[in-house]
Design a protein around this ligand. Structure first.
Ligand SMILES: NC(=O)c1c(N)nc(OC2CCCC2)nc1O[C@@H]1CCC[C@@H]1O
Length: 325
């Protein structure tokens, strides 16, 4: 087989992955769906004719053919920690006071929306996605690579051969949750209680064709590979991950005081209903990594981060659903 076919297949594969990145990661498509589909089917035709040219990062390989028997266990080299909770402005003030006692550095905070999904860890080896795992109990998770690969905003390969791990939240957008439950109701199936359960149920499917039909998404917010990435703060990490092609949440802000943090919380308490995904609070993290190291951890959670949880809104839930449907 001549190399021009090989080059053609590689060119189509890279073109489709770039278009997919524009659409699912940057939300700025430069081609029509029709143009994407035509190119995709040209690649499928060539890969069918020359199967030896298929690579694992080809867009045609996102949905695997095999239905798994079960999930392999995965041990996280760096435990995936949880978060302590705050429920009031006073709790946040106490958090700020504790921080000030544990370091003399000037402290800035990064506020991130607390995405109400399922924590996942993505491992890339020489730029190729090799593992997708759930958080599990923080140390032992499950290998869900076959389902993570179906999430369109998860790159199957990176532009440069990075060997890194990135972590974030896999979630189901509100609209997809609505449509899924409507479908399940029509089919007489049990509906999911909330988008988080729907995302978890989708990622725990043994058949990746089911996961692929669930329109899952991810936001990435953490990485144990900060030395490799050469970043010195949470804000730099978020910017670096975005530059590498990962989706990070664009609402994250840098705050210079706990009062600014509280102002952001008040703003998002109102705006959360208009977000296309569910959040159950705001995660506040000390920005500087050296300060984080000084402040340290408890057994299960960092002392340099806290999750402000929105008040449970049982009564409003019905109103909320009616408002945006
Ligand atoms: N759900 C979130 O949006 C979120 C976030 N934005 N940032 C973190 O930071 C980690 C890193 C250090 C300790 C927690 N964790 C999050 O969720 C955690 C993961 C496990 C329990 C919480 O859901």
């Amino acid at each position: 087989m001549d190399t021009s076919i090989e080059q053609k297949v590689q060119q189509l594969r890279e073109q489709l992955n770039r278009w997919s990145h524009e659409y699912y990661v940057q939300d700025r498509p430069t081609v029509t769906d029709h143009e994407y589909d035509e190119t995709y089917h040209e690649l499928v035709r060539l890969e069918t004719e020359y199967p030896q040219l298929v690579t694992s990062d080809s867009p045609t390989q996102r949905v695997g053919g095999v239905v798994l028997e079960g999930f392999e266990k995965v041990t996280h080299q760096n435990p995936m920690l949880s978060l302590s909770n705050a429920f009031s402005k006073e709790d946040l003030q106490a958090f700020d006071d504790r921080i000030k006692k544990l370091t003399n550095r000037t402290i800035d905070y990064v506020c991130e929306l607390k995405i109400d999904g399922l924590s996942v860890a993505l491992t890339y080896q020489d730029g190729q996605l090799v593992l997708g795992a759930t958080r599990g109990d923080g140390v032992i998770g499950e290998d869900i690579t076959h389902n993570i690969r179906t999430v369109k905003s998860v790159p199957l390969s990176l532009e440069h051969p990075w060997s890194i791990e990135v972590r974030g939240e896999c979630y189901m957008p509100k609209k997809s949750f609505q449509q899924l439950n409507q479908l399940r109701e029509e089919e007489g199936l049990e509906v999911f209680a909330n988008p988080r359960n729907a995302a978890a149920g989708s990622l725990r499917q043994l058949d990746s064709k089911v996961a692929a039909s669930r329109n899952l998404a991810v936001f990435l917010y953490q990485s144990p590979s900060v030395e490799t990435l050469e970043v010195a703060s949470q804000m730099e990490l978020l910017e670096k991950m975005q530059a590498l092609g990962f989706v990070t949440n664009q609402e994250s802000v840098l705050c210079h005081s706990i009062d600014e943090v509280w102002a952001f919380i008040e703003k998002m308490t109102v705006e959360r209903n208009n977000l296309p995904y569910e959040i159950d609070g705001i995660v506040i993290k000390v920005n500087d990594f050296k300060a984080q190291e000084e402040i340290g951890f408890t057994v299960k959670a960092p002392k340099w981060a806290i999750a402000y949880k929105f008040p449970a809104e049982e009564a409003q839930t019905i109103v909320r659903d009616i408002e945006w449907t």
